[in-house]
Design a protein around this ligand. Structure first.
Ligand SMILES: [Ca+2]
Ligand SMILES: [Ca+2]
Ligand SMILES: [Ca+2]
Ligand SMILES: [Ca+2]
Length: 486
């Protein structure tokens, strides 16, 4: 333990504002929210996709002033089945001091290859700051690799510039379909740059059929190395006696050179890995829940059988001077926590780290998209678990939030995607949560997005029709908010 460093970091934690990352795409000081609807149709182009940028503001939030991004905004010709907006991330990727929005279009047919994928960076100020779009590097440019299905931004080589990790979880190694890979681009981004390519072999593992290395990514400060680490889930990795149990690989760049940290699995948090756990299949998150200067890693395991089947849990690995160590697993049966584990709740399908209550220790929001409310099955909920200095996440005082009464129907899947964003610049994050399977009158699965603020100001809930001006057809399975930037 480096006491000087710990003391220094604690001192910094006390001085710094609570928000650790920013997504202010127009530079006005208010964070902004990117809302992806990759299934959005135009009359000619089904599933073309759209991303709405909702601008943060001092007073009322106004979707009518949102900026709507498409591939055409980046000078490209949209196509049917692009699914633009499948993944969203943010960071300063051209090192000009202004936040940039990264959009993954994993089903874009690039280079004549079906679903080979594409990534577009919209430079701040959005939408006038220009953009850079790029396909997978040669080693990963392949049909159905889905480059851009997942994204993470961090400063991995500790040079002060944000770097970008892009997942291609369905990339095939020769003879090994869907082994998965991740490309890491060091910032500032440049057209034609060659990324470092990671596979499970980079962490000392063995590539296997359908492992899906890169199915979720997150950057965090997990150890004493000055740069960020990159956590990469491998949800369908088989463990002894447990097919598709899943593991998480962790990479660090001491001195700017790639190195692997020990690979994580559920045994490290005291659980026996189970068949089909698919650890980290949809969400990873990093946050300093105990306020000691090191991030913890939260791994969503929504398909974990806690009681009977797929109730879901979140595995927590604690950061420290020598890296991540298994700590605990949270579920709705965890001590003090509200609600209870029920069959197929999918607790942990989505995760978002934010500072929701303004007390030291970051907080964790957990999507429970198949949670029921009495007779209303699979309506969905979001559970907020608060961090505490010196303690970490505690089940005490947690809050379960549903859609408002009257909007809470069966099969809405509220909490399928969630994000933490400080839209009012008051030093506390607001919680954005989508119910992409919300029906509206005659339109099934149109979708809805809620903003649950922490400043005592009004909550919002919008249908996609509140965001005008993109020639969109609001038909069935629009799935508004299927992805949210965070
Ligand atoms: Ca802004
Ligand atoms: Ca920038
Ligand atoms: Ca860097
Ligand atoms: Ca910590």
């Amino acid at each position: 333990m480096n006491l000087f460093r710990t003391t220094f970091l604690l001192a910094c934690a006390a001085m710094l504002p609570a928000i650790l990352s920013a997504q202010d795409f127009n530079g006005d000081g208010y964070e902004d929210l990117a809302i992806g609807s990759p299934y959005a149709d135009t009359a000619a182009l089904p599933n073309r996709g759209v991303v709405h940028v909702l601008w943060g503001a001092a007073g009322a939030l106004n979707p009518a002033t949102a900026t709507n991004l498409r591939l055409a905004t980046a000078g490209l010709t949209p196509a049917a089945e692009d699914y633009f907006g499948w993944a969203l991330a943010h960071g300063d990727l051209d090192a000009d001091g202004m936040d940039d929005l990264v959009v993954g279009t994993a089903h874009r047919d690039s280079g004549g290859l079906l679903d080979s994928g594409l990534v577009t960076v919209f430079y701040g100020p959005v939408p006038t700051g220009g953009s850079l779009s790029f396909t997978a590097p040669a080693a990963l440019l392949q049909a159905e690799a889905r480059f851009g299905a997942t994204l993470a931004v961090g400063d991995f080589d500790a040079d002060g510039n944000d770097d970008l990790a892009v997942g291609a979880p369905a990339w095939d190694e020769a003879g090994i379909p869907d082994a998965g890979a991740v490309a890491v681009y060091l910032g500032p981004l440049a057209a034609g740059a060659t990324p470092e390519v990671l596979t499970e072999a980079s962490a000392g593992g063995t590539l296997q059929i359908y492992d899906h290395f890169g199915a979720a990514l997150v950057a965090g400060q997990f150890n004493d190395d000055p740069g960020d680490e990159l956590a990469v889930s491998v949800p369908y990795q088989d463990l002894a006696g447990a097919a598709d149990a899943g593991v998480v690989c962790v990479f660090t760049w001491p001195g700017g050179v790639l190195a692997a940290e020990p690979t994580l699995d559920l045994t490290m948090v005291g659980l026996v890995p189970g068949a089909g756990d698919s650890t980290g299949n949809s969400a990873l998150a990093a946050g300093d829940f105990d306020a000691d200067g090191y991030d913890e890693l939260a791994v969503g395991v929504p398909a974990r059988n806690v009681v009977a089947g797929d109730e879901g849990c979140v595995a927590i690995f604690r950061g420290g001077s020598s890296g991540l160590m298994g700590l605990t697993s949270l579920s709705q049966d965890y001590a003090g926590m509200n609600d209870a584990c029920e069959w197929f709740d999918w607790f942990g399908h989505s995760l978002a780290v934010g500072e929701f209550n303004g007390l030291a220790g970051e907080d964790l929001a957990v999507g429970v998209p198949r949670e029921g409310d009495g007779a209303i099955t699979v309506t969905g909920a979001v559970q907020v678990i608060y961090g505490q200095a010196g303690v970490g996440l505690s089940g005490v005082g947690d809050v379960v939030r549903f859609q408002p009464v009257g909007e809470r129907e069966a099969s809405d899947l509220y909490g399928f995607s969630i994000a933490a964003v400080d839209l009012y610049n008051d030093g506390r994050d607001d919680l954005a949560a989508a119910a992409p399977y919300e029906d509206s009158v005659a339109i099934s699965n149109l979708g809805a997005v809620s903003i649950l603020p922490n400043a005592g100001v009004v909550a919002y809930r919008w249908l996609p029709t509140a965001f005008p001006g993109t020639s969109l057809v609001y038909g069935a399975s629009h799935l508004f908010g299927l992805s949210l930037g965070k």
